[in-house]
Design a protein. Structure first.
Length: 53
């Protein structure tokens, strides 16, 4: 999950940078933090179910 979220952060930062946004890395990190904050527990439950752990 951590590697996936890192990948999402990098891809969003690259997309924002290509769009010309200032501070693209910060905005990408804020977006990923919001996803983790609002959906983190549910994402972990789903991943546990998929891994049958």
């Amino acid at each position: 999950m951590l590697l996936g979220l890192i990948g999402v952060t990098v891809l969003v930062a690259l997309a924002l940078d290509a769009d010309g946004a200032s501070h693209a890395g910060i905005w990408a990190a804020v977006l990923t933090a919001a996803v983790i904050g609002f959906g983190g527990p549910e994402m972990l439950r789903v991943l546990r179910r998929w891994a049958r752990a």
